[in-house]
Design a protein around this ligand. Sequence first.
Ligand SMILES: Nc1ncnc2c1ncn2[C@@H]1O[C@H](COP(=O)(O)OP(=O)(O)OP(=O)(O)O)[C@@H](O)[C@H]1O
Length: 280
Amino acid sequence: MATSAAPTAAGTEHSATGSAATLLTADDVAKTYRTRRREVTALRGLSLDIGAGEFVALVGRSGCGKSTLLRLLSGLLPATAGQIRVAGQPIDGPPRQARCVFQDYAQSLLPWKTVAGNVRFGLRHAYEPAEGGHDELVAHYLGLVGLGHAADRYPWELSGGMQQRAAIARALAARPQLLFMDEAFSGVDALSRAKLQDVLLHAWAEEGLTVVFVTHDIDEAVYLADRVVVLHPEGRGVLADVRTGLPRPRGQLTTRESPEFLHHRRELLHLVLDGEDSGE
Ligand SMILES: Nc1ncnc2c1ncn2[C@@H]1O[C@H](COP(=O)(O)OP(=O)(O)OP(=O)(O)O)[C@@H](O)[C@H]1O
């Protein structure tokens, strides 16, 4: 299945079909919300393939359907039309190989459990059982997100950024293939956000994950992802599928100051603001 594509700009592949085996497919998907008083078609005609191991950011104007798409892809919402498949299988609920991390970290952790207890909870509900003892694995995932020193603390004793790290560690402990994140870093201060971005990049590389990341922040999308999918402002599928491919490993200063970063940032801002290609 072809991925929707926008007109091509210099230096950018807009039709981004990855070389990795396809893990996640949305095929001509639509979602209409029906309430007693009205119907809202949030998305229609959306097709997208995501390869195993890709880091994909979803961006677009407010209300264009980013969260709706993430909920459809993660099986939290049923599609009104079309089909979502994970590893070739149509889904009718959250797939076992997926985990989600949302913006509201305060509600995602179990407040009566320590940080280590929350991660242990993730382990007990793992998609793939891991080799090794639980203590060792808890230490591994806490180390991965830089929370080794906070294992015995409770969520309410942590800063927002630390709580979100704990939520990521718990999601990773379930050893998912797919990690869905919806504005996951929007609720923390700028410095914590930058640290969380680097924690996520490290975890993605170490664990061989496929990440689908919704954000309002174009800079964040370009910094994190290899592919930035821009949704049409009126919910009419994919407006552009931009393969950015900035070199890795990335650095908050080196990457963000590079000409390639600035080029893609400008191009994507134009697409989101104007809903059309920049023609550069
Ligand atoms: N539960 C719902 N019931 C009715 N309409 C809804 C519901 N959830 C979302 N919508 C509508 O669907 C459209 C897409 O919403 P969605 O939250 O997916 O967009 P978004 O791009 O994530 O927005 P934002 O960037 O502001 O978070 C909007 O018009 C929204 O009002």
